[in-house]
Design a protein around this ligand. Structure first.
Ligand code: PRX
Length: 651
């Protein structure tokens, strides 16, 4: 494949950026023409942010799997599409060529069809990182069913909420999964989830760990037995369903500052165009290279840059079942060496955790195949950036610091590897087509921070500016709605500032227009690159019988970026504190999953509240961060004395 829209120089970047903001429809129309459409679109873009009503490529018809699979069969049939490295290095790996992946997806699409899954149905996927996961995802897309992948670390309660919210009719899971030296019992978690999610009538179960699981007659089916029925049939091709560009492709739940996680909706046409475009440009992918994204497919990074972006570009995507530190902290470097990985895309948390093991795990590993490194998910500190640059990239690999979100579908702000300059700890410049601005607390654009206007005026910000990061114009993979509650989408993203998409992040822009993301400015935590709402954790903590009230904030954590600090008022102070701490952690694990476990729990007799009853998180955040002197104005508090007590009891 050739990528005519791959930008090759800084000069070309500047020109392209300018063109993209002067004529967005012309710009995206040319890129979208590179894909395989069953019918061309009538109009590139229709939009307003007050609905929001956003339509890309309206009238266009396509199937994303034809773009990820069928169209490569002529030239790339025998090229590896997915390389799978198992958790345990002594187990055999698996390599699926484009032709093989195509076959598997068609067969599993037929399995879904045999089980009455139709276009528009929602399918919950709760699986370990094995090739059958992308196969299931693509099979859904092939028949036009909407996939909702749930990360394997979420609890039964979290899955039940997601299945119910989307009214999924079927669940695809496995007996269990391997992660390091642990076995995760996925099927039994699903059994529990289904007790409170009656919409799911069937469960397809892949055998991965071969552990004993309960199979409910009439509901539960084995993956391999269903597949055998298809293999016995005559045709193993499965014609791809015709989808409108704006038909839903998937739902992915993510945490916000209030309420339960919301189902972010992406649609077929725009998401396909943008994930491909951003993949090809950010990573400067070259045909034949091996791309290794270490994310889990349960998160947006895995959706966009293990499955859809790389496969639509005919790339070789390496997926890894395990964790970076098992059987030892050299696991990533062994994989890079073994498969001659060219592009490595990982999270700052992983880098920081591996840094902690020193250089021994890197020694003796041939990392010379690496050409480009990437990071995603949270701000990267300069120390980690330099370690990655020096010890992994050997100072010859450009590092792309890619900023984006579940809601944006793909990378919005990042340097283009080796094409536009990198700057440690900076996401740097917007991709062409992306129009960021910073706004102040009154909603006014901070002067000099409107990237599109600057391009048109050939200007630079000139000095360092800060504000809340917004985007003022749609891009093809922008969130379309929150499943089942369109108003929530408006309230969350488009109501804070008129006619702007608000990201929830704070940012700085330097004199040259480089963005540095400083972190969330709302009540959302980012723990090891995982998004967790403070309200969600509080609700879970409050489920514990002896908890009266709680407040959760983030604090800086050396490895995880942010840790979770919970201030808890409990009934019956005579009870053993350690026991209560343990039980609260168990409660959070049960309600949300282990990823949301508080790192610190401080029992307090009261929380700092305003006279109207609002918890002053600002004060708690400062205390958790270790700041005890400069807490700001506390005179508006109902009972200022609790602050002293909380300060004295800080963990
Ligand atoms: O705060 C930003 C942070 O992660 C948030 C999005 O989280 P999620 O939807 O789970 O998606 C993560 C993977 C795309 C953002 O609001 N974030 C993501 N990338 C970066 C980042 N913060 C700083 N630098 C980044 N490169």
């Amino acid at each position: 494949m050739s990528y005519s829209y791959q930008i090759k120089s800084l000069e070309q970047y500047r020109e392209t950026y300018k063109k993209s903001v002067e004529d967005p429809e012309g710009f995206w129309g040319v890129i979208a023409k590179q894909f395989s459409w069953k019918r061309p679109w009538d109009k590139v873009l229709d939009w307003n942010f007050t609905g929001p009503e956003i339509k890309w490529f309206a009238g266009g018809k396509l199937n994303i799997t034809e773009n990820c699979l069928d169209r490569h069969l002529e030239k790339l049939a025998d090229k590896p599409a997915i390389i799978w490295e198992p958790n345990d290095p002594s187990e055999n790996n698996r390599i699926l060529t484009y032709k093989e992946l195509y076959r598997e997806v068609c067969k599993f699409a037929q399995v879904l069809r045999n089980n009455q899954v139709k276009k528009g149905d929602r399918v919950c996927i709760y699986m370990p990182m094995v090739p059958e996961l992308p196969i299931a995802v693509l099979a859904c897309a092939r028949i036009g069913a909407i996939h909702s992948v749930v990360f394997g670390g979420f609890s039964a309660q979290s899955i039940a909420d997601r299945i119910q919210d989307a009214q999924c009719s079927i669940v695809i899971t496995s007996d269990g999964g391997f992660r390091g030296n642990k076995e995760i019992p996925l099927k039994s978690v699903i059994d529990e989830a289904l007790l409170s999610s009656p919409s799911a009538k069937k469960v397809i179960v892949l055998k991965r760990t071969q552990s004993l699981v309960m199979m409910k007659p009439g509901r539960d089916l084995w993956w391999d037995e269903e597949l055998k029925k298809v293999e016995a049939g005559s045709s193993q091709d499965f014609p791809a369903e015709t989808m409108d560009a704006e038909d839903m492709l998937f739902i992915l739940y993510t945490s916000g500052s209030t309420g339960k996680p919301k189902g972010v909706v992406h649609t077929c046409g725009g998401y396909m165009v943008y994930t491909n475009y951003s993949f090809v440009n950010t990573f400067q992918y070259r045909q034949g290279e091996v791309f290794f994204c270490t994310a889990d497919i349960g998160w947006i990074t895995g959706h966009s840059y293990i499955i859809y972006g790389p496969l639509s570009a005919g790339a070789t995507s390496l997926m890894f079942e395990g964790i970076p530190t098992w059987p030892n902290a050299g696991r990533f470097w062994d994989i890079v060496d073994k498969y001659k990985v060219n592009i490595l895309y990982t999270a700052p948390t992983a880098i920081r955790s591996l840094m902690g093991f020193g250089l021994d795990p890197v020694k003796g590993k041939d990392l010379s195949s690496l050409r480009i490194l990437g990071t995603v998910g949270e701000p990267i500190n300069e120390e980690a950036w330099h370690w990655y640059d020096e010890h992994i990239g050997k100072k010859k690999c450009p590092i792309v610091d890619t900023w984006w979100q579940t809601e944006t579908g793909g990378i919005l702000i990042s340097n283009l590897a080796g094409v536009t300059p990198s700057k440690p700890a900076h996401a740097t410049l917007p991709l062409p087509g992306i129009q960021p601005v910073l706004v102040d607390e009154n909603g006014n654009v901070v002067e000099g921070t409107d990237a599109a206007q600057n391009a048109i005026d050939s200007k630079m910000p000139g000095e360092l500016k800060s504000g809340n990061l917004c985007i003022k114009f749609p891009w093809p993979s922008i969130i379309r709605t929150t499943y089942g509650d369109h108003n929530r989408c408006f309230q969350n993203y488009f109501s804070a500032y008129k006619n702007l998409y608000f990201t929830g992040d704070g940012a700085l822009v330097d004199e040259g227009g480089n963005y540095r993301i400083t972190g969330r400015v709302d009540d959302v935590l980012n723990v090891s690159g995982h998004r967790i709402g403070t309200a969600e954790v509080e609700n879970a903590i409050n489920m514990h019988a002896r908890v009266v009230e709680s407040a959760v904030v983030g604090y800086p954590h050396d490895v995880k970026g942010q840790g979770i600090y919970a201030f808890v008022i409990r009934q019956g102070v005579q009870f053993d504190k350690e026991q209560d701490r343990k039980e609260i952690i168990q409660t959070v694990t049960k309600i949300i999953g282990a990823i949301a476990k508080p790192d610190k729990i401080q029992f307090v007799s009261g929380l700092p509240k305003t006279r109207s009853g609002k918890i002053m998180r600002r004060i708690l955040r400062k205390i958790a961060e270790g700041e005890t002197s400069n807490l700001g104005d506390t005179t508006t508090l109902l009972d200022p004395s609790v602050v002293e007590e909380i300060k004295n009891g800080k963990l």
